[in-house]
Design a protein around this ligand. Structure first.
Ligand SMILES: [Zn+2]
Length: 97
């Protein structure tokens, strides 16, 4: 009886803890960003989750077909700003100058 009751209860606990973990992950991430921020006063402020979402959007933005990411300044530039390709990737005119 005890084992019969324990088995389904354990499953429930497991799925609950997994869901709780999933929900906790963003909290933990923002928490670690906060502590890193405190250790690194030169870094920019991330006061809320909204801002980190915005930052994520910017990072995720893929370069368009007529754009490239400069391997020196890591900025996405238009093809017209491409100076030359290197073994590691394209270099923009600003960085090549
Ligand atoms: Zn560049």
């Amino acid at each position: 009886m005890a084992t019969d009751y324990d088995a389904p209860r354990k499953n429930e606990d497991e799925s609950e803890s997994i869901e709780a973990l999933k929900e906790r992950v963003p909290d933990k991430a923002s928490g670690s960003i906060d502590s890193e921020d405190a250790d690194n006063p030169s870094g920019f402020e991330l006061p809320g989750a909204d801002l980190s979402d915005l930052e994520l959007d910017v990072v995720v933005l893929p370069p368009q077909e007529d754009e490239f990411t400069c391997v020196s300044c890591f900025l996405v530039k238009h093809r017209s700003q491409l100076d030359h390709e290197t073994a590691s990737g394209p270099i923009c005119r600003e960085c090549a100058a």
